[in-house]
Design a protein around this ligand. Structure first.
Ligand code: T5A
Length: 218
């Protein structure tokens, strides 16, 4: 697999359901790449720029009961700002951008689980994302109940956010939605078994990223 960057940098996204381990893995990957002297930007969605972080609060903790289509519009608006202010400048300077969730989360959460039509999501991607597509996407896959248990344990007595509180069936559809994306775009997506230990998952991800970046520079 070869990384074909949209600008001079590389754009890598991590995706999956609740508690799949994306934040944990992104930090480990960033540390490994920085140890090799690479310029790495770690960012997340929704968020990653001041405006997008404000939209994050509105969706996840606002309690406004937005429909799936409204959520898709809001996530897309946040994404456009994130791309303009954070991701594209980093790619332009040659950085490796590691992003915790990106457009596949909208496809899975608002699309596969939320019922927003694929044509609506495709139109939003054209407007918000344009040509700045990830070179490589890891889908961290695990049974929904394991991910929810992990997220629940980490949260402790805190309140579940907008999506953690959804029924198990929502999270199961989400898992199928992510696997469907990977099946349709095997040139971009790699499915990783995220039910294994943190270190084993990290070693898999690292080896794939190193091999992609090596292929690119060779
Ligand atoms: N959303 C987002 C949409 O609906 N549409 C969109 O377009 C976008 C971009 C964001 C929410 O917004 C939704 C999806 C989300 O519901 P968030 O707070 O950013 O919310 O939450 P998540 O991205 O879901 O992040 P989580 O923190 O819940 O999950 P992670 O990052 O996948 O998991 P992580 O690394 O924090 O790990 C969770 C716990 O499990 C442990 C960790 O130590 C931690 O305690 N853990 C493991 N334990 C055992 N084995 C392993 N291999 C483990 N890996 C991690």
């Amino acid at each position: 697999m070869t990384v074909h960057p949209p600008a001079s940098g590389s754009f890598i996204t991590l995706e999956g359901g609740e508690g799949a381990g994306k934040s944990t893995q992104i930090q480990l990957l960033a540390a490994a790449l920085r140890a090799m002297g690479r310029d790495v930007l770690v960012t997340r969605e929704p968020g990653g720029s001041p405006g997008a972080e404000a939209i994050r609060g509105l969706i996840l903790n606002g309690g406004f009961g937005f429909s799936s289509v409204t959520e898709a519009l809001l996530f897309s608006a946040a994404r456009l700002d994130h791309l303009e202010k954070t991701i594209r400048p980093a790619l332009a300077r040659g950085a490796i951008v590691l992003c915790d969730r990106f457009f596949d989360s909208t496809r899975a959460y608002q699309g596969a689980s939320g019922g927003t039509a694929p044509s609506v999501l495709a139109a939003l991607e054209t407007i918000a994302v344009g040509v700045t597509r990830p070179n490589l996407t890891f889908i961290l896959d695990l049974p929904a109940e394991i991910g929810l248990k992990r997220a629940h344990e980490r949260r402790g007595a805190g309140v579940a956010d907008r999506f953690e509180g959804e029924a198990l069936s929502f999270h199961e559809k989400l898992r199928s939605g992510f696997l469907h994306i990977a099946q349709n775009e095997p040139q971009r997506c790699v499915v990783v078994d995220a039910a294994r230990s943190v270190d084993v998952v990290a070693a898999d991800i690292r080896s794939i990223v190193f091999s992609c970046l090596g292929a690119r520079t060779s």
